[in-house]
Write a protein of this length. Sequence first.
Length: 294
Amino acid sequence: MRVLLTGSAGRIGRAIRLELLQRGHTVLGLDRVASEATDILADLCDTAAWQHALAGVQAVVHTAALHAPQVGEVPDGQFERVNVDGTRSLVDAAQRHGVPHIIYTSTTALYGASSAGVAQSQAAWLDEHSVPLPATIYHRTKLAAEQCLKDASRQGGPAVTVLRMSRCFPEPAPLMAVYRLHRGVDARDVATAHALALERGPATGAQTLVISGATPFERTDAAALLHDAPSVLRHRAPALCAAFAERGWPLPASIDRVYDARAAQAALGWLPQHGFDEVLRQCDARAPEVLAPR
C-alpha cells in the first residue's frame, strides 16, 4: 500500500515508518524537517505540496503536530495553525484526491482534568467513552483536529481512525516501568497499532481507540490504586515489585489513572509487546529510550 506519513522525521513518525516499511508498504514521508525519513519537505499548511504528496496515495497516517513540551514556548496561534489548520488542509486535500482512509495520531493527554479521578476518591479509568476535559492549548488543538477529521468523514470524506496514544517518551526508568502498567506505551507498540489500523482498512465513518500498554489492573482496583498503590501492585504485578525490590526502587504510593486499551486490542487484533520488563532491559543496556533513575 502507498502511504503518506506526515511528521515522518519525528520520533513516533520514524517508528511508524520503520514498521510500515518492514511490512512491505511504500511510505512517502512529509515533514518540515529535512531527514532521511523526509521525502517531501513541506509545512502542513502548504497546500501546493499536497498535489504531489497525495498522488496515488491509498491512506494517510497523520502524526505531524506541535506537542506538549512546546506549550508556553510557541504562541498559541501556532498550535492552532499547525494542529488544526494543518489538519483541515490535509483532510480537504485527501478528500479531493479520493484518499479513503486517514489514521490520526492523537493523545490521551486531551483527557486533561478527566484524569483527576472521580471526585479525587479513586483513580480515573479512561477509555474511548471518557469525556475529554482539555486543559492546555495542546490538548484543545489535538481535540479540535480530531473533530475536524470526524466532521469531514461524516460529510462524505475519508474514513478516520483516531489513535489516542498514551505517554511515550524517555523518562527515568522506575517511573517509566510503572507507567507501562497504566499510562505509558512503547513507540514500537504505537507503530504496530498504526500498521494494523492501516491494514484493517477504512471502517465506516470515524473510530477512536486508546493505545496504551496492557494493564494488569481492574476497575475494582480504582480506589486502592489512588490510596494504596503498593498493595495493588503486589497483587497484580508481583514481578515488577520483585524487580523494584532487587534494585532498591520504591513503589509509587498512588496511581491516579489507568488508560484502558482493550477496545483497541479487540478492534485491531493488537497486543502491546513491550511492558515494564522491556523498560528494565533498556535501562540495563543504557538505551537512550530510558533515562537513568534519579
